[in-house]
Design a protein around this ligand. Structure first.
Ligand code: DC
Length: 239
């Protein structure tokens, strides 16, 4: 059965495993996957590498806003791994944008209205022909309020900090303690949910997925079942 292509919005707190589940779902159903957090991270890396910070280490909003036109973010599939990777002005930054240096600054950058406007416009353009899975904080509320399938992912802060810490250790970063990661997770939750610009919140028509006690296989199945249910309900009717 040919199904109508839809937009799938996956929002939620950081380190809930959103990206992993969104990627798996996209691969299984043949959709493109867009990691919008990576876009905010790439802008943050640009700010850090170009000295767009103030003496106290905060982001220089005026300078960054003035240089937004200089930032080109694209996604390319790595032919060896088959994974999509983030490029900033033609350079692969997939690894660097996941560092603590970027993680500790990204919430500050993500609350700048001009940054959000620029990135949201790019995200909307990417979804024009549908058939995408996009993950972030405001996808179901701001970027695609009419998305056919919306999921809001949550898990306890401790569960998420353990996951992020394990990830850093697996990448060889042993300089960051679990407590530091937990602090970073909680601080980002606070900024993400209380900021004035598009704070993280569940869209009224989103399905909540609390994966604190779920295996990856269980959450993948949960998502595919929901996709089957929704996409069957939205098929073209001519097949
Ligand atoms: O999902 P992530 O941890 O890679 O996101 C990085 C930061 O970017 C996070 O602090 C929230 C912000 N973000 C956002 O404000 N809106 C999005 N659509 C995606 C991410």
């Amino acid at each position: 059965m040919e199904r109508k292509r839809i937009i799938i919005a996956i929002d939620g707190f950081s380190s809930t495993g959103k990206s992993t589940m969104a990627k798996t779902l996209a691969r299984r159903i043949g959709y493109a996957y867009i990691d919008t957090g990576a876009m905010y991270r790439a802008v943050t890396l640009f700010a850090l590498d170009n000295g767009l910070t103030n003496g106290d280490g905060t982001v220089n909003e005026t300078a960054l806003t003035a240089q937004l036109g200089e930032i080109a973010i694209t996604f390319n599939v790595n032919p060896t791994t088959g994974q999509s990777e983030t490029y900033l002005n033609g350079q692969c930054v997939e690894r660097e944008i996941r560092s603590m240096r970027v993680s500790s600054m990204v919430s500050q950058v993500a609350k700048i209205a001009a940054v959000r406007r620029a990135l949201v416009a790019q995200q909307q353009a990417m979804g024009r022909s549908k058939g995408i899975v996009m993950d972030g904080r405001d996808i179901g509320t701001v970027v695609f309020p009419d998305a056919e399938m919306k999921v809001y992912v949550t898990a306890s802060a401790e569960t998420r900090a353990h996951r992020r810490h394990d990830e850093l250790v697996a990448k060889g970063d042993t300089s960051t303690t679990y407590e530091e990661v937990l602090h970073n997770v909680m601080e980002r939750d606070r900024i993400d949910t209380t900021r004035a610009e598009s704070p993280l919140r569940k869209a009224d028509d989103a399905y909540t997925l609390d994966n604190s006690h779920m295996t990856i296989a269980e959450q993948d199945q949960w998502l595919i079942d929901l996709y089957d249910k929704i996409s069957e309900g939205t098929n073209d009717g001519n097949n």
